[in-house]
Design a protein around this ligand. Structure first.
Ligand SMILES: Cc1cc2nc3c(=O)[nH]c(=O)nc-3n(C[C@H](O)[C@H](O)[C@H](O)COP(=O)(O)OP(=O)(O)OC[C@H]3O[C@@H](n4cnc5c(N)ncnc54)[C@H](O)[C@@H]3O)c2cc1C
Length: 470
């Protein structure tokens, strides 16, 4: 186990000189907003010794030089919307919050690339490119997440089925390493076979290899039109059986999501918005994009496939308002269930294993009498199971702490057995590292540790995340 030094007055004074007095927090009352992320359990909360809010790459670099000289642990913090405790400063030390590094530096319409500081939020990014009629396909659900955060977790979201994850759209990053040196990798290029890709090592590294300060992301022209289909089915098996036929067809939807009616009823009540159908037990939500003619044709193809595969009906939301309402209900599912949620998992499976995994989850739910609502990205096999503090009948479970780990283990083991991965998009962070070896094998983790050693020999960057120090 590594040990670190406690921050001292001299170091705090030096850091204050770099970023200015109003851009540091050293009093514990101010740590409340910086000691957790969206993972629900209070047990993982941990205060830093200082929060630092730099505005430039050079300031991050100067702070890192002090941290490595003094052996202080450092955790990068973006929007803190992560669900695995990734930005929690478990060893105290320095939190570098990127909240002031929020400049969208350039929208390069000729190359279809946007350069931005890593603390820019997805919300600001989406709205700035929309004004130029540009489109960024990946859509991780929470728009207060930052560019640094989504790159560091290789975030996914609903649209990965057609366009892939954040990795597919990240062309370049600038990052500050543990010793304060600044590196860049990638460029405004689509193809790049120039040596080992440090860019792709940094993507998904959860702040353990470097602090991302700037990025270049690819964008696309905005599609002419979008349409959302809601397709009810009598049960999950029938619903998921139809998905491979959609994927084999000539139409590649922007999103194929499945979600059960009980979850939608709760989200509908929570948002006050309308969901177009309450038939059946489960829905597919399909989004199509393109030009008007193309969409109409694609809509017919998808409707035919679904109705032939046992769909009860097909509802088409063609107006902007109807689509916005549907997507709002879907996006608020997490908030609607949050109060009773202990954890939300993101097991990623070979798509043909989804139905059998969900049936295992149903068995686990029955065994422990715990409600385990499962929904997610039907097109790419990435499922979200909420481990709840209530029974399927809605009664509170008082001793949930005694059974929670067993339930989580059983779901994750089942996913791994079916050839899946323990995280499709949220990352490993603090709370999933005990499953990493089972999922990846010892040798892979040994190689990862050597990579960590090369980037961060003192082990000061986000210690205790992804795997423990030896
Ligand atoms: C309602 C809701 C819906 C969500 N939906 C999705 C979804 O659809 N798909 C999905 O993938 N995720 C989803 N998430 C999870 C979360 O939004 C993502 O993990 C997101 O990528 C986190 O970004 P952040 O800026 O909040 O990062 P944080 O939570 O602040 O940090 C996450 C990790 O990134 C590191 N990090 C942050 N900034 C930097 C940086 N500049 N340099 C280096 N490391 C950094 C942190 O140290 C930490 O390890 C959802 C979360 C919520 C609450």
């Amino acid at each position: 186990m590594k040990t670190y030094n406690i921050l001292n007055r001299n170091a705090i004074d030096e850091i204050e000189k770099i970023v200015g007095k109003k851009n540091i927090i050293t009093e514990s009352e101010g740590f409340f907003n910086y000691n957790h992320d969206e993972f629900a359990l209070d047990e993982i909360k941990h205060n830093p010794e200082i929060v630092v809010k730099p505005s430039t790459t050079e300031e991050v670099s100067d702070v890192m030089k002090i941290a490595s000289r003094e052996k202080f642990p450092v955790v990068a913090r973006g929007g803190a919307t992560g669900l695995v405790g990734g930005c929690v400063p478990s060893f105290g030390g320095i939190v570098i919050s990127t909240e002031r590094m929020n400049r969208i530096i350039e929208i390069d319409e000729a190359n279809l690339m946007v350069t931005l500081q890593s603390g820019s939020t997805l919300r600001d990014f989406y709205s700035s490119i929309k004004r130029k009629k540009l489109f960024f396909p990946p859509h991780p659900g929470e728009e207060s997440a930052t560019i640094g955060g989504v790159i560091s977790t290789n975030a996914g979201g609903t649209r990965a089925i057609k366009y892939g994850t954040i990795r597919n759209f990240t062309r370049y990053v600038e990052a500050v390493l543990a010793d304060g040196s600044i590196i860049t990798s990638g460029g405004k290029v689509i193809k790049d076979s120039t040596g080992y890709s440090l860019l792709h090592l940094l993507i998904g590294s959860e702040g353990t290899l470097g602090i991302i300060t700037k990025a270049v992301l690819s964008v696309l022209p905005e599609p002419e039109d979008m349409i959302t289909l809601i397709i009810p089915y009598k049960d999950i098996k029938t619903c998921l059986t139809g998905v491979p036929s959609i994927l084999k067809s000539s139409v590649r939807p922007l999103a194929i999501e499945f979600i059960d009616k009980k979850v939608i009823e709760i989200a509908q009540k929570y948002t006050g918005k309308h969901w177009p159908s309450m038939q059946g037990d489960i829905f597919l939500l399909i989004i199509l994009e393109g030009n008007k003619e193309e969409i109409e044709k694609h809509c017919e193809i998808i409707a035919d496939i679904c109705l032939n595969q046992g769909a009860i009906d097909v509802f088409i939301a063609d107006s902007q308002q109807k689509q916005d309402d549907i997507l709002y209900v879907r996006s608020m599912v997490y908030e609607a269930l949050k109060f009773e949620t202990i954890e939300i998992l993101d097991v990623s499976l070979p798509p043909d294993q989804m139905a059998t995994h969900i049936s295992s989850v149903d068995n686990i739910s029955a065994k422990y009498n715990v409600w385990l609502p499962t929904y997610g990205h039907a097109g790419d096999g990435n499922l979200h199971t909420h481990i709840m503090k209530i029974t399927p009948g809605g009664d509170k479970i008082t001793d949930w702490k005694n059974i929670f780990m067993e339930i989580r283990n059983e779901i994750i083991f089942d996913g791994i057995q079916k050839g899946g991965k323990i995280s499709g998009e949220h990352g490993i962070g603090l709370i999933k590292k005990q499953y990493l070896e089972m999922c990846l094998g010892k040798t892979s983790i040994e190689i990862m540790k050597k990579i960590k050693q090369a980037f961060d020999p003192l082990y000061i960057l986000n210690p205790g995340k992804i795997f423990d120090p030896d």
